[in-house]
Design a binder for this molecule. Structure first.
Ligand code: UD1
Length: 433
């Protein structure tokens, strides 16, 4: 275990205060790849300071782009001169996959080390590659390396067998400079894709239909510089909301609107209250475990059981986001009702529940379904195995009296800016050790 990789959490504290929400990791990462589509300067504002974005900036510099970081604003200038990327960096994050579309379209070739399986599922690239081949690229996967070559991409109709977020983004990027019209069918519809298209359009791309399942792109000869602000991070905001439902308190989320976290608010039901403009939130009931013994003392009623003991199935947007599943599952462990959670996007996204069971949660997993009953929760040790699972374990421990330890904080740093400090600011007792 490396130093500073364990969250030490003394649970049972209410969360009170204001939290800032920055640009979404999942919008900024493809936007950074899109900046390679022009030799003019692209500026992305309000970026979070997280490990995945740092890794992506290294990849951009490796291919020959100039990258300038000033506070939360990132400026990228210069197209790729090479497609040789360091396999060490590529292996710790999957976003090198976004370089495929931009590199093959501008450089005529792309080479990435196959991201391979990760802790939540196999995550192949077949949809990306099949789509690029429809646009005229020749792709090959051999010994863990993916190579694509093209002598100018040509627009075409592309049907995706599944609405993959990354493949939709890669193919939209590749098609912006292809000759003629591309029609992408069965696209993913996530808000982060809409945000990417806002950048591409500001760069001069001709795109219609983003946010629906059919996106049409009329290729242009050249793209130019632009400056945009990505959509807010609905998963980071949703994590605060779940922590609030578990711990109780009052928080104000700055930088995101109520409709952007509608899915999580719906799943939390009556356990959190929002004000009209959507930034102020209060948990009327909290889910602190019996051992904390404060629930009835503070609020005198139990909204949490009614609110979150409902079934939930993840799926492509607008269905419930798989990235919120581990975190909302943590809330459900505090509910007195029985909840069923079904994970349809990734094959192996329940490892956090196995860890929560070590602290007395009562979760029965069977294939892609988990049945969550109220357990008798106590403090203890858990091991994070992935980014969102790690955040889920941390907010889970915040609701349990006593000292808990969550190792694997490095996974959480991939997507949350100084997680421990942000929650400490709200009154949580959490530190890195
Ligand atoms: C993106 C998000 C990630 C989120 C996921 C699903 C980024 C940087 N990451 O990941 O946080 O969890 O969407 O909302 O935006 N698949 C294939 N073949 C492919 C591509 C995908 O079988 O070529 C499968 C995957 O294995 C997975 C499912 O499709 O089971 C969804 O993956 P996808 O939508 O592509 O997720 P990512 O873009 O990798």
């Amino acid at each position: 275990m490396t130093q500073g990789d364990t969250f030490v959490i003394n649970g049972g504290k209410e969360l009170i205060g204001k939290a800032e929400i920055y640009g979404a990791k999942n919008a900024v990462l493809p936007m950074l790849a899109a900046s390679l589509l022009t030799d003019e300067e692209v500026e992305i504002k309000n970026c979070p300071n997280i490990a995945d974005i740092q890794s992506m900036l290294i990849l951009l510099r490796e291919v020959g782009a100039n990258v300038y970081v000033s506070g939360r604003n990132i400026r990228v200038r210069g197209q790729a001169r090479t497609c040789d990327l360091s396999p060490q960096i590529e292996k710790v994050m999957r976003s090198s996959m976004f370089m495929l579309g931009a590199l093959v379209s501008t450089l005529g070739e792309a080479k990435i080390t196959m991201p391979g399986g990760c802790n939540i599922g196999k995550r192949p690239l077949d949809i990306h590659l099949a789509g690029l081949e429809r646009l005229g690229a020749v792709c090959e996967q051999k010994d863990g390396v993916v190579t694509c070559h093209a002598n100018g991409l040509v627009g075409n109709k592309v049907f995706m067998r599944y609405p993959s977020v990354g493949a939709t983004e890669n193919l939209i990027m590749a098609a912006t400079l292809a000759k003629g019209k591309t029609t992408l069918i069965n696209c993913a519809r996530e808000p982060e894709i809409v945000s990417l298209v806002e950048l591409l359009r500001a760069m001069g791309a001709n795109i219609v239909g983003e946010g629906t399942s059919v996106v049409e792109i009329e290729g242009v000869d050249k793209l130019h510089g632009a400056s945009v602000t990505p959509c807010a991070d609905r998963i980071v905001a949703g994590t605060y909301l779940c922590a609030l439902a578990i711990c109780g308190g009052e928080i104000c989320l700055d930088g995101i609107r109520k409709r952007e976290v509608a899915q999580t608010l719906f799943a939390l039901g009556k356990s959190v209250e929002t004000c009209d403009d959507g930034v102020f939130l209060r948990a009327r009931a909290n889910g602190l475990s019996k051992s904390v013994g404060r629930r009835s003392q503070i609020y005198g009623f139990d909204d949490l059981s009614e609110a979150v003991a409902c079934d939930l199935t993840t799926g492509p947007y607008p269905l419930f986001a798989t990235d919120m599943q581990p975190i909302i599952s943590a809330v459900k462990c505090f509910s007195t009702g029985i909840a069923k959670v079904k994970e349809t996007v990734f094959e192996n996204r329940f490892s956090h529940l196995v860890e929560m069971n070590k602290l007395g949660a009562n979760v029965r997993i069977s294939g892609d379904e988990a049945l969550i009953f109220r357990g008798d929760l106590h403090a203890g040790q858990m091991q994070a195995k992935d980014l969102r699972g790690g955040a889920a374990l941390a907010v889970f421990a915040m609701g349990i009296a006593g000292e808990s330890r969550v190792s694997g904080a490095k996974f959480v740093a991939r997507g949350y800016e100084d997680f421990a400090k942000s929650y400490r600011k709200l009154g949580a007792d959490i530190r890195l050790e």
